[in-house]
Design a protein around this ligand. Structure first.
Ligand code: ADP
Ligand code: MG
Length: 637
């Protein structure tokens, strides 16, 4: 409209003639003085709805409710100065509708103001709809977690959403106009132009479509897994491609952790089961050897027996480690300050790692209490220290730190096995060789070792893993070749006791084998194990009655008045376990003492191990251990 020029005809052509000539256009003429309408074309009738005879003579501003966007004074001033004005005004149709009108005002030489008017309401509405849609779209793009990248058909980045900036680490200014292949590592980076031109030429898709998992490249050089969905649109003859990108890093990590946890669970079940059966066999072997040994005089035969006994002891240690990994190791958990325990162990650790390695123990906070089996914790730290020593053949630094750690629900979210809460954190870090991803993946597996035969058993970390898990804690392993290793043990925090007990088990050396003459009921379903137990007890001087299962035991207790103690296996067939049997016996005869034995920490036993200790004995046991435990129970304190 701005180029519309109305030339006011020379004298001789009246205003009426012009209006008649341009009757189809929406032209209104009003008096400059009083603002009343003097001319009103058919075009104006069509635009405003007022017939000519109703419009003529009315004050235009009142009839049409004219509201110029920039204010009436400004318009008047413009017209007075230049004789011209052009702009948008808001007016009202006869039916009340608001109209958006593009208007040109021309001051006539004699009194009068001529206006030419165009209805642009539809255009305006379309424009504001578009703006609203655009704003809506922008607000979506700014909030969706998915990153969006739009490229043109040359592969140049045309737009980059805030989520994309966050994900890739570039600002929009740093990427706009550059080839999108900068966001990909090779080989996609080098092939992307080819994919694109091939697609444009042949329609053969390489990247178009849904849910492809590809690798992205961040500004800092890290690669990450991402899901890419690409859509295509044609605007003004040009194709544009819109890529939506979802970061899969944490999902992949979570799946990986879950797979790892499942693998460890399966191996744990297997080894725990084998170790349990094996323990029974070892109990029989070493029990019999022990009794034979005492009957054989000093000499070569006795040495043979001792060699066999030593082998059986090694076997028991091995099953012990396997049980530890399978979370079936009997634990004597007690409330203890982990910081104090670790400080106590530091001498031992220092001796274990040798002089070329500097050991640092850092305990933060004065109270880091947890329910923990102190001697097993010592074992675990020793295993970690030995691993660190092996990883630092030319020396280095081993740091053991104890602090408090608060795991938030958000942190536990990426670790499927980790519950949020308060933990005591023991970090053991070294400056050694570190592990490759392959080794790290398998390090906790029993018998996995990278050390030469004889140097490693592959049971160190698996013991630590089983022990920590069984104690209700979590273990994390971070290691990179050349960057050392850090093992983090999270133990659930416990409340500090009202009065403090001395931490850790006290091992008092005691002389000779204490025996006795009391009556003991032995309950054991495995006949060979039972025979060994009975023989050992008789050798110690006790009177022994045998039962092959819990029901038989109950019957015997009912008939025999003078039983002093029941020595029973925990896991037995026939629906009743040692615990239940013990409870029944106690109600029948509260005076009878009970000692349970198991090679296998059933969850219930592991639980009880944390509360009341000392009423059970771990298989395989030595005669000495059995003898002492019996006296501890039978002798009144
Ligand atoms: P072992 O020490 O008998 O080999 P472990 O279960 O203790 O068995 O460890 C398994 C494997 O994990 C080791 O053989 C070694 O490759 C790796 N490893 C464990 N701890 C470390 C460490 N601190 N630094 C480097 N590698 C380690
Ligand atoms: Mg080891």
């Amino acid at each position: 409209m701005s180029d519309t020029t109305v030339t006011v005809p020379a004298t001789g052509t009246s205003l009426d003639d012009i209006a008649a000539l341009l009757d189809g256009a929406s032209i209104v003429v009003r008096s400059a003085g009083n603002g009343r309408i003097t001319h009103w074309t058919r075009g104006a009738e069509a635009l405003y709805g007022w017939p000519r005879d109703e419009a003529i003579g009315r004050v235009e501003a009142e009839l049409l409710g004219t509201e110029p966007g920039e204010g009436r004074e400004a318009v008047d001033a413009m017209v007075a100065g230049t004789g011209n004005w052009e702009g948008e005004v808001q007016q009202r149709h006869r039916d009340g509708r608001l109209l958006c009108v593009r208007r040109r005002l021309i001051a006539l030489p004699e009194d009068g103001l001529l206006s030419i008017n165009h209805d642009i309401s539809d255009l305006k509405r379309a424009q504001s709809d578009l703006a609203a849609r655009e704003a809506h779209l922008r607000s979506i793009l700014e909030t969706v977690p998915e990153a969006m990248v739009v490229i043109d058909q040359e592969g140049k980045i045309a737009s980059f959403s805030p989520a994309a900036e966050k994900l890739f680490g570039y600002t929009t200014d740093q990427v706009r106009g550059r080839n999108v292949s900068m966001l990909m590592p090779p080989p996609d980076r080098d092939n992307h132009d080819l994919y694109l031109s091939r697609y444009l030429a042949t329609g053969r898709r390489h990247i178009i479509g849904y849910g492809r998992i590809v690798t992205g490249l961040k500004k800092d050089g890290t690669r990450f897994p991402m899901e890419l969905a690409v859509g295509e649109t044609v605007t003004r003859g040009q194709r544009i491609f819109t890529g939506f990108i979802r970061d899969l890093t944490s999902r992949h990590k979570m799946e990986e952790e879950l797979r790892q946890a499942q693998k460890m669970e399966a191996i744990g079940q297997l080894t725990g089961g084998i170790a349990h059966d094996f323990n029974n066999l070892l109990t029989v072997i070493s029990g019999n050897l022990e009794m034979v040994e005492r009957r054989v005089p000093e000499g070569p035969a006795r040495e043979l027996i001792q060699a066999a006994q030593e082998a059986a002891d090694d076997g028991a240690r091995l099953t012990g480690q396997l049980l530890a990994f399978g979370r079936r190791q009997p634990l004597h958990a007690q409330l203890a300050d982990v910081g104090q325990l670790v400080a106590h162990f530091s001498d031992l650790l220092r001796r274990a790692v040798g002089e070329t390695i500097e050991l640092r123990t850092v305990v933060t906070g004065s109270s880091n209490h947890a329910m923990i089996d102190a001697s097993q914790l010592q074992n675990a730290l020793l295993n970690l220290a030995l691993n660190a020593r092996d990883a630092m053949p030319r020396g280095g630094r081993l740091t053991v730190e104890v602090t408090h750690a608060d795991i938030s629900p958000a942190e536990s979210g990426v670790r499927p096995d980790m519950r949020p809460g308060d933990y005591v954190l023991i970090s053991v870090s070294d400056t050694g060789a570190g592990m490759t991803p392959e080794v790290r993946q398998r390090a906790f597996e029993p018998f996995f070792t990278t050390k030469s035969a004889g140097a490693g058993t592959g049971l160190g970390l698996s013991m630590v893993y089983g022990f920590v898990t069984q104690s209700g804690g979590h273990i994390r392993l971070d290691s990179e070749p050349g960057h050392g290793t850090i093992v983090r043990i999270y133990l659930p925090s416990a409340q500090k006791p009202a009065e403090s007990h001395p931490a850790g088990p006290s091992v008092r050396p005691e002389p000779a084998l204490p025996g006795g003459t009391e009556t003991i009921l032995v309950v054991e379903d495995e006949p060979r194990v039972r025979r060994v137990a009975v023989a050992r007890l008789r050798e110690l001087g006790y009177r022994v009655i045998e039962a092959a299962d819990p029901n038989e035991a109950l019957a015997i207790v009912g008939e025999t008045p003078d039983i002093d103690l029941m020595f029973s296996d925990v896991v037995m067939p026939g629906g009743m376990d040692g615990d239940t049997l013990a409870a029944r016996v106690r109600t029948l005869r509260p005076a009878i003492k009970v000692l349970l034995t198991s090679g296998y920490a059933e969850p219930s036993i592991a639980e009880r191990g944390r509360s009341a200790t000392g009423t059970w004995l771990r298989k395989p046991y030595t005669t000495e251990a059995l003898a002492r435990r019996l006296r501890a129970l039978l002798d009144p304190r």
